[in-house]
Design a protein around this ligand. Structure first.
Ligand code: TXD
Length: 321
């Protein structure tokens, strides 16, 4: 079987971790593109020089030329500026939209058959813009947010219950912003509802709800919590791991159900917007969207999140993108 190829557009914090993870997993050959001269070449050289020690054998190439991404099966985009403390994701809109437009043109011209995973913020707007500029089929352009937000929620639940995070199933829907919707009712530990376990732990439904509300709130603000601690830059290990799970699902045609920012065509009552929902990822990108029944409260929270996304996209359009 011919080796797969992944192009990484943006060789900053997340791009570097992505390159290393792809190497460690021997997932594909890697091309790391950045506009900064020499930096992607330096990072890939550094990672390649660890390959004997780690025992992996993939080709790693750093570049400043889009020509090198030709033939990529998957393109993962992190190009753009990260948040500084106190900045919202939306503050990044204008700067990152300009960058995303140029990236979409470069990918369209040089890797027209690739499936594209976008990480750059503000996520929902950047996915929308990439698809618009590239003209790629909607199902081949997917945003990474939900895998990470769901992993964060799962981590907090595991810590609270004192059980392995591997046994937690929890999902976060909606936009990648403060309005995201952690699905409490469906969160479970190997099938047992988390709320039931919390009620047993505290022997009190009100206290259990209070604890869950705090975890939901922490999940929504989790990106900002890391930004505040790091002082410079935003989370990079966990977003990289999350995008790798999506790339693996696509390259391996795994049909994994991963919360992803995908194009909705009537599903969840949303028409023509990219929003985070559970999606089946396989060799064709987003192959199916799973519709989850939401109760009134969940639906209201989801609608609120969708409005945040539609407002963001409207802002971007007003800015001329
Ligand atoms: O879950 C998620 N989706 C996210 C998203 C979680 C955390 C951070 N998220 C966003 O990812 C973050 O807000 C940023 O918008 C991106 C990338 O974050 P990273 O931490 O990797 O940022 P860096 O280290 O600043 O790297 C960005 C790189 C940097 O090397 C720039 O030189 C490069 O992008 N860059 C470009 N590359 C290609 N083409 C152009 N035009 C370009 N402009 C800058």
């Amino acid at each position: 079987m011919a080796k797969k190829k992944i192009a990484l557009i943006g060789g900053g914090q997340i791009g570097g971790v992505l390159a290393q993870l792809i190497g460690l997993r021997e997932l594909a050959d890697v091309v790391l593109f950045d506009i900064v001269e020499d930096m992607p070449q330096g990072k890939t050289l550094d990672i390649a020089e660890a390959s004997r020690v780690d025992g992996f054998d993939v080709s790693l190439k750093g570049t400043n030329s889009y020509k090198d991404i030709a033939g990529s099966d998957v393109v993962i985009i992190t190009a753009g500026l990260p948040r500084k403390p106190g900045m919202s994701r939306d503050d990044l809109l204008t700067t990152n939209a300009k960058i995303m437009k140029s990236v979409a043109e470069g990918v369209k011209e040089n890797a027209p058959d690739a499936i594209v995973i976008i990480i750059s913020n503000p996520l929902d707007a950047m996915v929308t813009l990439f698809q618009k500029v590239s003209g790629f089929a909607h199902h081949k352009v997917i945003g990474q947010a939900g895998v990470l937000d769901s992993s964060r929620f799962s981590t907090f639940i595991a810590w609270e219950l004192g059980v392995s995070v591997k046994d937690i199933n929890a999902m976060v829907l909606g936009g990648h912003g403060d309005t995201m919707v952690p699905l409490v009712r469906y969160a479970n530990v190997n099938g047992v509802p988390v709320m039931e376990l919390l009620e047993r732990k505290y022997g009190d439904a009100a206290k259990a709800k209070e604890v869950m509300d705090a975890m939901v709130q922490r999940t929504k603000m989790a990106g900002g919590e890391v930004v505040k601690l790091l002082k410079t830059g935003s989370a990079f290990y966990s977003p990289a791991s999350s995008a790798i799970a999506m790339a693996e699902a696509i390259l391996g045609d795994q049909k994994r159900v991963l919360a992803s920012c995908v194009y909705l065509n009537g599903e969840y009552g949303v028409n023509g917007y990219y929003v985070g929902v559970p999606a089946v990822l396989g060799e064709n990108g987003c192959e199916k969207i799973l519709e989850v029944t939401l109760n009134d409260e969940e639906q209201a929270a989801f609608d609120n999140s969708v409005s945040a996304v539609t407002n963001l996209v409207a802002d971007m359009e007003r800015l001329g993108f």
